[in-house]
Write a protein that binds this ligand. Structure first.
Ligand SMILES: C[S@@+](CC[C@H](N)C(=O)[O-])C[C@H]1O[C@@H](n2cnc3c(N)ncnc32)[C@H](O)[C@@H]1O
Length: 208
């Protein structure tokens, strides 16, 4: 990667993502997503910590994985205000440095779109979840509308280049099903325009 490319990925993009992901409109969906989390929670692709203030009081500890050092830096003030310990335990969702069955709930918001190997990350999530554990997911991804899908496939290569590997056309329900998760609750909706970027899924899933 060129020096400019590295600068963009390591310094510019985390700040841009912090701004976009911090949108007020997403806050209510984030709150709905983390509802019901408790005990030891793992957050995949923690970013700059936009879910932190929304966790319910039943959460006792948050462990996170995040590859971007800049994003962790941006999260510092939010981490300092958290009412439970927050520990960065690793870098990527594809290799979780955690014991089998050691996590009560996993939260993934706007991360499965970006993780290079989402299927492997879901296998890892399944491995570390306790038998009665839950996966709380909020994502954009493949729309149900075929016209929007066509634009998503067209724009996907550009999106991946400018947005740190983020895919527009990942089929979230299919990814969950293929990884062996059963859907307890799911909502699919369009958050508005531009529609290819805002085809949303919120899901609560359990390992089957
Ligand atoms: C769009 S941001 C979302 C951040 C945060 N989850 C949120 O809701 O604001 C995607 C995040 O996934 C992280 N990421 C990229 N590759 C990853 C991987 N292999 N495993 C875990 N996280 C990854 C990025 O560094 C980035 O922080």
């Amino acid at each position: 990667m060129s020096r400019f490319g590295r600068f963009y990925e390591e310094r510019v993009l985390p700040v841009a993502i912090d701004r976009m992901c911090g949108s007020k409109a997403f806050r209510v969906h984030r709150r709905d997503t983390v509802a019901g989390t408790h005990g030891t929670v793992l957050e995949i692709g923690f970013g700059s910590g936009h879910n932190l203030a929304l966790y319910p009081p039943e959460v006792k500890r948050l462990v996170v994985v995040e590859p971007s050092a800049r994003a962790i830096e941006l999260a510092k003030s939010r981490v300092a205000r958290a009412s439970f310990p927050v520990d960065v335990v690793g870098l990527t969702g594809e290799a979780l440095p955690l014991e089998n069955g050691s996590i009560d709930c996993v939260v993934s918001t706007f991360t499965l779109c970006t993780i290079p190997n989402a299927a492997l990350a879901l296998r890892e999530i399944k491995r570390v979840l306790a038998p009665a554990g839950t996966l709380h997911l909020l994502e954009h991804g493949l729309s149900d509308d075929s016209k929007v899908q066509r634009w998503q496939h067209r724009l996907d290569p550009v999106q991946q280049r400018v947005a740190g590997g983020c895919h527009l056309s990942r089929d979230m329900p299919a990814l969950l099903a293929d990884a062996g998760f059963g859907i307890v609750e799911m909502r699919r909706w369009s958050e508005g325009r531009p529609r290819p970027f805002l085809a949303m899924t919120r899901a609560l899933a359990t390992p089957t």
